[in-house]
Design a protein around this ligand. Structure first.
Ligand code: GUN
Ligand code: FE
Length: 460
């Protein structure tokens, strides 16, 4: 492109709402946002103070509300078909529902389910999702192929387990498959699609992983710069099993510390039953937490002490943990967080209910911080990537009362408690529109019929 070519700018006239910081939100009813060709916001503000630049192509969306895309930091793609199977705690639930679902996640099924799953993420306003796949390298590869086509930001990893697995292989074979598969997938996908896709080395948890596997997983992540994701201290029975398996470590976090799994790019799911020492080493290592309140209620796991994490400066985001959580929607996760922490506050007389602004922050900017992207994504603000979702809020209040006429705190509260009535109309990732309710072809527009065949992946 010639330097003199004028830049094309995209503008939306719409209401918008964004986190400013952990406790403040900003809402503008007659607003405007503009992003440039690189997909970064250049203006976010009032309509009547918008830049008067003829290169801006405006779209009038005054009746709709623009929010930053949700950043969901913990879920399991192959588990979606077994959501909402209540009545069991973690370990029996894994055995009865989750391991069979993951075992049947063949390459063929991944091809079928992954594009549908990503479309569901879009319908729920999620532009960035951190996911576990199954133990299968080929299925995980397929999930990446379709993640690329989806236009979403996806962090994903092949599930690693060797001490206990549903593979039918010996522990040694499981270990080799987990490490070699992860190495190949990480080499192929970490940083692909201009950084939109990233790899997470994904040892399931200390119950199913040998120390040797966890150490090798840590080495792989440190050599490649990939993320690490696992589960920590979710359920009391799980804690007992881990204490039996690793009698010489001081606590659960100590197992991961010994393996070298803690660090700035590590995400621990749950982190409910921690002692002071564990919180101190998580904080000192820069390890992050995925708080999954809907899952923690659903599996009767417990209530994470978010104030104790805050006190140590441990950063946390929100995860739907499907299928531990019964819904993908971040609105449901925020609602569960409010109810969980409110119940805990009533029982313990501990006035520690996170504000709704805090929860919205955790579902957007806080998730970006957890991924190390906080300076460039998660908010509607100039300089941030244009990852944004346009919501139709017409049916959120009774009798069609217009939500956008209400004050900002009421708008947010209505969405958190009745967000299942709001509809995603359009979505952009890096300024590129990839979802339009009225035009379903947009969702998969950059996926050719045989997209997965255009990739040659030699290792299977
Ligand atoms: N701990 C180990 N695996 C899992 C899983 O798949 N879901 C949840 N919620 N916890 C786990
Ligand atoms: Fe999980």
């Amino acid at each position: 492109m010639n330097d003199d070519t004028p830049q094309m700018l995209s503008g939306l006239r719409c209401a918008w709402l964004s986190s400013v910081n952990e406790e403040d939100i900003q809402f503008v009813k007659d607003g405007a946002v503009v992003w440039d060709e690189t997909g970064n916001f250049v203006y976010v503000g009032e309509w009547n103070q918008r830049p008067l630049n003829e290169a801006i192509v405006w779209e009038d969306q005054r009746e709709n509300l623009l929010l930053p895309g949700f950043v969901d930091v913990h879920a399991h793609l192959p588990q979606y078909p077994v959501v909402a199977r209540a009545g069991h705690e973690l370990l029996p639930w894994l055995n009865r529902f989750v391991f069979p679902a993951e075992k049947s996640f063949t390459r063929h099924r991944a091809k079928e389910h992954a594009p549908r799953f990503y479309r569901e993420l879009k319908r729920n306003g999620i532009t960035t999702s951190v996911l576990f796949s199954s133990i299968h390298e080929d299925s995980t590869h397929e999930c990446f192929v379709h993640a690329e086509a989806s236009g979403l930001r996806i962090v994903l990893g092949q599930m690693m387990m060797d001490r206990i697995s549903y593979s039918g292989l010996t522990a040694t074979q499981c270990l080799t498959a987990a490490i070699e598969g992860s190495e190949r997938l990480c080499a192929r996908w970490h940083g692909a699609a201009d950084g939109r896709l990233r790899y997470a080395v994904s040892p399931r948890f200390a119950v199913t992983c040998s120390m040797e596997l966890m150490k090798k997983a840590a080495t792989l992540a440190h050599q490649t710069g990939a993320y690490i994701q696992t589960h920590l201290s979710e359920n009391r029975e799980e804690l007992r099993v881990v204490a039996d398996l690793f009698p010489n470590t001081p606590d659960y976090t100590g197992v991961y510390e010994h393996a070298g799994l803690l660090g700035e790019r590590t995400l621990m799911g749950h982190a409910i039953y921690l002692n002071d020492r564990e919180r101190k080493i998580l904080a000192a290592s820069g390890t992050k937490v995925a708080h999954c309140p809907s899952s923690n209620l659903f599996l009767q796991s417990g209530v994470m002490d978010w104030t104790a994490l805050d006190c140590e400066g441990i950063r946390w985001g929100l995860g739907n943990d499907v299928a531990g959580g019964p819904e993908l929607s971040p609105w449901d996760v925020m609602k569960a967080a409010f109810y969980a922490h409110a119940s805990r506050a009533m029982v313990t007389e501990h006035p520690a209910v996170p504000s709704l602004a805090r929860l919205f922050h955790a579902a957007t900017a806080g998730g970006a911080v957890v991924l190390g992207d906080g300076s460039k994504s998660g908010k509607l603000t100039p300089g941030h990537v244009a990852d944004a979702v346009l919501w139709n809020t017409q049916e959120t209040l009774p009798y069609g009362e217009p939500l956008l006429e209400r004050p900002a705190d009421e708008i947010l509260s209505t969405l958190i408690f009745r967000g299942n009535r709001a509809k995603v109309e359009k979505m952009w990732v890096q300024g590129k529109r990839n979802f339009d309710l009225l035009d379903p072809t947009i969702a998969e527009s950059h996926l050719g019929d045989d997209a997965s065949q255009t990739q040659s992946f030699q290792s299977f």
